[in-house]
Design a protein. Structure first.
Length: 404
């Protein structure tokens, strides 16, 4: 007798991460002996700085291998407070800090702590692939707001106002963004804030994980610093994964209103108790130690960005907008759609275009529809210049093969 033991409904509402699926496909092809140029992974190709690794080793040798407070060690909390004070002029206390196993977990717990069935979360598109499914997993409804290239892939006050309802609980702002690299100016943030001030029930989740991978003058800006009147409604999330090449250390943090942070920490206490004590020691060293690593890696990323933008913008049927931050390009391939491959296959959408690149030229990218951006594909330039150059040449050749 077979007994049906179904999983919870929330599992059926979400999909596996497209980026994870793409990475798995690349691994499968490589295991078959194929040489795949992988441009899918959102992970720095640099090693963690030596002084950060040394801090972790010292923590191990000192026996700092026990549970920590749910909201992090005193040293890490002090480091987070000081970073936000010096970078954005923001003042937070220990009661306003939560730490988790990566910024991804912190974001998920913020939604868990605040959403009930029927609650809505405004997600500007293009979006990081996990946002809509995180909302669905927590019984909420993602309200996808298209933000076209003509608007710099950014949410406008008019689009925000039209999307808000009495069921809206959050607006998510990822700046600089994945997959576009776009970022909001002070003026743009103030314009959004002017709308939000009229809707006091709405919180704003700012995902600032790419804030230091920045190519423009000055620095990327935070809504909480630009409009202090929203301070009690902004939950700012960040971490050490991208800026310090620490993806595997799994350490992220969030800061915001004490009541919200208390709820998140209560959840954390029942889920994993606390993040790794060793990762916390390493993160504190990253935030407070020498920052030359960040300067040097951003210089390399900028060079790769400029070279890759030129190569792809010169390719047939493609166009690219240069990103202000992060290490991704969202490439417009809409002019390639409706064309045929040399064997006669019709390329009807961006997913088929991405498969064409993988099958014909062994270049792995992620199709734009996964990010709410049909007609595009996303690449990461967090890989060597040699790989990027060859990959771009293969992409251009694959485009040149297409016929009307």
């Amino acid at each position: 007798m077979t007994i049906d033991r179904p999983t919870a409904a929330r599992v059926g509402r979400i999909k596996p991460s497209p980026s994870t699926a793409a990475a798995q496909r690349v691994r499968e092809l490589k295991s078959q002996g194929l040489t795949i140029l992988d441009l899918t992974v959102g992970e720095p190709d640099f090693d963690t700085p030596d002084h950060v690794k040394a801090a972790a080793i010292r923590a191990i040798e000192a026996g700092e291998t026990k549970y920590t407070p749910v909201n992090g060690t005193p040293a890490l909390r002090a480091a987070i407070i000081e970073k936000l004070r010096t970078r954005h002029g923001l003042e937070y206390t220990d009661r306003q800090i939560t730490v988790g196993g990566g910024a991804k977990q912190v974001i998920f717990l913020a939604l868990t702590a605040t959403l009930d069935e029927g609650d809505e979360v405004i997600v500007p598109a293009p979006y990081w692939v996990s946002y809509p499914d995180m909302v669905r997993a927590n019984d909420g409804t993602p309200v996808i707001v298209p933000c076209p290239a003509a608007d710099g892939f950014k949410l406008t006050p008019e689009r925000l106002r039209a999307a808000l309802t009495d069921r809206t609980r959050w607006v998510i702002l990822n700046t600089p963004g994945n997959p576009t690299g776009s970022a909001y100016t002070d003026e743009e943030l103030r314009a959004l804030a002017a709308v939000l001030l009229d809707h006091p029930q709405v919180r704003v989740l700012t995902d600032e994980i790419y804030d230091e991978i920045w190519y423009e003058e000055g620095q990327s800006r935070s809504l909480a610093s630009v409009e202090p009147r929203l301070a009690d409604r902004v939950f700012l999330t960040n971490g050490v994964s991208k800026s310090y090449a620490m993806t595997g250390w799994r350490l992220g943090y969030g800061v915001g209103p004490a009541d919200l942070v208390t709820a998140i920490n209560t959840l954390q206490s029942q889920i994993s108790s606390c993040p790794s004590s060793i990762s916390q020691a390493a993160a504190a060293a990253a935030l407070t130690g020498p920052q030359q690593f960040v300067t040097d890696t951003v210089r390399v990323y900028r060079s790769r960005r400029d070279a890759t933008v030129k190569l792809l913008d010169d390719a047939p049927h493609l166009s690219v907008t240069s990103p202000a931050g992060g290490f991704y390009l969202l490439v417009d391939c809409s002019a390639a759609l409706g064309r045929r491959t040399p064997d006669g296959q019709l390329i009807e959408n961006d997913e088929q275009f991405a498969l064409h690149l993988l099958d014909s030229r062994q270049v792995a990218v992620i199709h734009g529809s996964a990010y709410g951006a049909p007609g595009y594909f996303r690449i990461s330039f967090a890989t060597s210049t040699e790989v990027l150059t060859e990959a771009c040449e293969r992409i251009a050749a694959a485009c040149a093969d297409l016929t009307a």
